[in-house]
Design a protein around this ligand. Structure first.
Ligand code: NAP
Length: 250
């Protein structure tokens, strides 16, 4: 029997991660749906994937916590087999604020959830994928943001800077492991319809900003998932260290 390819998608219970988990499953991947606190959404997604005949597990793990990340990857080793694709997607946003009102606690929370988490998951993936460690290779796709380019003034420079770090992580790691069978790329979504904007204190943010998007609309999580899937697939086999912007031209 041919073993299915295994994808770990962090923060996959909702939003872009959930659309990505569904898409990977539809392409025959065994999928690990990681979530932090919304168990209900993760279980609902797993149920719908299984109803379509897909193979998946849900794993609660706070990916900003080192021991949780180690447990996440070892759980997948045992339940699904060695990871072949990691999608670093989990992320948080805090209320819109100017920089002079940001506390160290807020800034550190953004950085550990959005940056440390990606580093830790990349570390565990590289240990398993790299030919240097007798792995068979693999692909990492990081979910950054158009905010890395815009800087998000008056809204959340802390979040934008965390995504800038993900762009740099993508570049550096892609070069570090290029000769070891691992490709590392990045998607940079613009305004996508998910719950995240409510966390920023403005659930209708996309409606306010729609007019400045050249395509005149926000994006859907499924449109981001397609780009992630392409970067994870053999169709993008000569791409590494690259950024794919999905922002409707913004
Ligand atoms: P979302 O709907 O708010 O979902 C965020 C997901 O991340 C949730 O599943 C959440 O888990 C998970 N998560 C957060 N912190 C975590 C942690 N420490 N450990 C494990 N899981 C954690 O947001 P989204 O819009 O889909 O965002 C997905 C990614 O896209 C993020 O990296 C975000 O920065 C990026 N992005 C989004 C947009 C946009 O317009 N929506 C634009 C650019 C980039 P629970 O469900 O358990 O809470």
């Amino acid at each position: 029997m041919i073993k299915p390819k295994v994808a770990i998608i962090t923060g996959a219970g909702r939003g872009i991660g959930a659309a990505t988990a569904k898409l990977f499953s539809s392409h025959g991947y065994a999928v690990c749906i990681n979530y932090k606190s919304d168990e209900n959404s993760a279980n609902k997604l797993a149920k719908s994937i299984r109803a379509e005949g897909g193979l998946c597990i849900t794993v609660q793990a706070d990916v900003s916590c080192e021991s949780d990340v180690e447990r996440l990857f070892s759980t997948v080793d045992k339940a699904l087999g060695t990871v072949t694709v990691l999608v670093n997607n989990a992320g948080i946003l805090k209320k819109q604020s100017r920089l002079e009102d940001m506390t160290a606690e807020r800034i550190n929370s953004i950085l550990t959830n959005n940056v440390t988490s990606y580093f830790l998951c990349c570390r565990e993936a590289v240990k398993r994928m790299s030919t240097r460690h007798d792995g068979l290779g693999g692909v990492i796709v990081n979910v950054s943001s158009g905010a890395a380019r815009s800087g998000s003034p008056n809204e959340y420079i802390d979040y934008a800077a965390s995504k800038g770090a993900i762009d740099t992580l993508t570049k550096g790691l892609s070069l570090e492991v290029a000769a070891e069978g691992i490709r590392v790329n990045c998607v940079r979504p613009g305004l996508i319809y998910t719950d995240m904007h409510a966390d920023g204190g403005e659930p209708e943010r996309i409606e306010r900003l729609k007019e400045i998007i050249p395509l005149q609309r926000g994006g859907q999580p499924e449109e981001v998932a397609e780009a992630i899937y392409w970067l994870a697939s053999e169709k993008s086999s000569f791409s590494t260290g690259n950024y794919l912007d999905l922002a409707g031209g913004l």
